[in-house]
Design a protein around this ligand. Sequence first.
Ligand code: TRP
Length: 449
Amino acid sequence: MTGATAKREAFGTRIGFLLAAAGSAVGLGNMWRFPYQASEGGGAAFVLVYIVLTLILGIPLMLAEFSIGRRGQLAPIGSLRKLGGRAWGPLGYLFVAVGVLILAYYSVIAGWTVRYGVEAVFTGFAASSADHFAAVASGGDAVAFHVAFMAATVLIVVGGVKGGIERASLLLMPMLFVLVVGLALWAATLEGAGAGYLVYLKPELDAVMNPDVWRAAASQAFFSLSLGMGGMLTFASYLKRDQNLPESATVVAFTDFGVAFVAGLLVFPVIYSFGLQDAVSASTIGALFIAVPSAFQAMGDWGRVVGLFFFVVLAVGAITSAISLLEVVTASVMDEFRWSRRKAALSTGTVITLLGIVPAMNTDALGLMDKIAGEFLLLAGGLVLALFAAWRLPDEVREELLAGASPFWQRQVPRILAVLRYVVPPIVAIVLLFSLRETVAAVAAFFSG
Ligand code: TRP
């Protein structure tokens, strides 16, 4: 049996765990992907579907991860093997592989945000933003900023659970909340903000009946809540039994939704008050990085100041998410090989940095990696995890959900388990099939050029 539990690290405070989990959840997915998806998926209708899926899929699945992690006291490979038996170990390896893949391209996008932040300070934003984005999104510059971002991520993870991850979250997350709300309030003062809100939140209610909107919202929820690859599981493996898991999952999920929603209230007024809607529909990946900087550019010096804050928010959200992705991989190597944290973080960080050169050189490869790992494999992982928690380990999961929970939350436990057994697996299975079709099409399109 690998992975002694004797000296396992732990979070120092309950709020530290909450902010670290919220830090994992809140990231580029909220500020870059959510607003775009909402506007594409029927505006208010998408938001509605998203809230429903957060409640019936997101929170129960996060609780499955929390329970397994706290019970196992090991990273995914070790916890699954310890609680489920040898045969479950390979699922842990899949999780680690997904973490490697996601972080490799996530760090490239994060590198773009750092680059734009640096531009705000030193040169100002470029006037022809689409050309500029094309020039910096892939190639040598993209590689350089990706490497720098990975180095910062490794540095925090080397600091450990308490001295690195918890400390960074306690410092960075409050700063992110204040900045994102402040920016949204500022955006409300822009001329034409109303038109932006309307596009973001137009109530196209027939979209509620569109299965593709549900697929998009479910994938978005998985990615945004960091579910389906053992990220939340790994953080929970550093918990003691006094943490109220159901309450924590609810707080994290609503914080994540709140930031995503407010990010939309920020991005759309900015884009629409400068008439940049065409840039948004032109490119999914580039939407934010083309439209938003052109708006800041058009605002002159004031735009540089606001733009700096905007890209600081993105980079801060990205790094607290990146540390959770790296922590899954690092903790797995520590548990399995009994390597020191430093050695594990440096070596896994190096592998991921090297792999990230591919998406840093080729934006199409980045998009493909997002489809395969950031969408399809997360759904697959989440499905198996729900089945594992609710059907293989129902008693253990029940005990974990009860331990540390207040009476109110203890009364919800039977309901949570029932949802995890009967509601989550069929819905995720259906969404997974839709996603499989999309993923196969994306792979085919990529290789046919
Ligand atoms: N949730 C983060 C975001 O929205 C990304 C992320 C961090 C993630 N850890 C994860 C996604 C684990 C999937 C799995 O940007």
